[in-house]
Design a protein. Structure first.
Length: 121
């Protein structure tokens, strides 16, 4: 059975790109464009991995990650941050929020897929 990845991304072009890449690689995808939807979908489906944009309308990706990690039923789901935040200290703050890995935008497709394959296993 295919692993399921929840893509949390508010940019439609990035959402399509990530979805197409993952589906071409054999992953099933779920999609959310804002934090509260992501929490609801994760609670309902328990995906194998979450790709999390950090800059989201409403709840930030870091806050969504904190809430996922605070929920005993969801805390073991790996969360990979995919973000344009690339200043000194951003990666550390993002990882401290509970993310398992960090991929900077613009993404390297090879790096993104390597990180997804490693963390969705």
């Amino acid at each position: 059975m295919a692993k399921t990845v929840l893509i949390v991304e508010d940019n439609a072009l990035n959402m399509k790109l990530f979805g197409d890449l993952l589906e071409a690689r054999g992953y099933a995808t779920l999609r959310a464009s804002e934090g509260n939807d992501a929490l609801a979908i994760a609670s309902r489906t328990r995906p194998d991995l979450v790709l999390m944009d950090i800059q989201l309308p409403g709840l930030s990706g870091m806050e969504v990650t904190r809430r996922l990690k605070a929920d005993p039923a969801l805390r073991d789901i790996p969360v990979v941050a995919v973000t344009a935040f690339a200043l000194r200290g951003d990666e550390a703050r993002i990882l401290e929020s509970g993310c398992s890995a960090y991929v900077a935008k613009p993404v390297s497709i090879d790096r993104l897929m390597d990180v997804v394959d490693r963390h969705a296993a």
